[in-house]
Write a protein that binds this ligand. Structure first.
Ligand code: HEC
Length: 139
């Protein structure tokens, strides 16, 4: 149970600056972001966890804004995906993004440098929230 919505909001703002960049840049809440905004308590918790995981695991390679330019990207070929690439965003399904997050690049015919996340394979709500984060970075 979330006991204090206010507390949750502070936590969200603290851990999720990336997630809200797009909204702020648009000068307000767009219909699109409202439609995909986390709603249930479980979805909100999953979104917080996803933001933490993104900072801890993904930023190293994909960069803070998902532009594929994290510190770990220098030595990689192919480079980590640039999530702000609109053409790429349109070319992949949600299922594809969720699969590569769970099972890694080699599972979808991509670079094995993109690691699997075995601990998330049974946590669909967190994987969905990570995929939503990847999508938001592309807006
Ligand atoms: C060790 C570096 C590394 C880390 C850490 C990493 N990635 Fe990647 N990722 C890559 C590379 C390299 C590619 C490009 C693979 C290719 O194009 O063959 C990639 C590709 C992707 C793609 C695009 C797949 C496609 O079909 O183009 C997604 C989505 C993705 N990563 C999500 C994530 C998420 C979410 C995390 C954190 C949970 C993460 N990655 C962590 C290196 C990394």
């Amino acid at each position: 149970m979330i006991r204090s919505p206010h507390h949750l909001l502070i936590a969200l703002v603290a851990v999720a600056p990336l997630a809200f960049t797009g909204v702020a840049a648009c000068g307000g809440k767009s219909d699109e972001s409202a439609a995909t905004a986390p709603k249930s308590a479980e979805e909100r918790r999953a979104a917080i966890t996803a933001n933490q995981i993104f900072s801890e695991r993904c930023v190293t390679c994909h960069g803070e804004r998902g532009q594929g330019d994290g510190p770990g990207s220098a030595a990689l070929d192919p480079k980590p995906r640039n999530f702000t690439d609109h053409a790429w965003q349109q070319s992949v399904t949600d299922e594809h993004i969720e699969k590569i997050i769970k099972f890694g690049g080699s599972a979808v015919g991509k670079s094995a440098a993109m690691p699997a996340n075995p601990d998330l394979q049974s946590k669909d709500s967190v994987v969905v929230a990570l995929r939503q984060l990847v999508r938001r970075l592309g807006r």
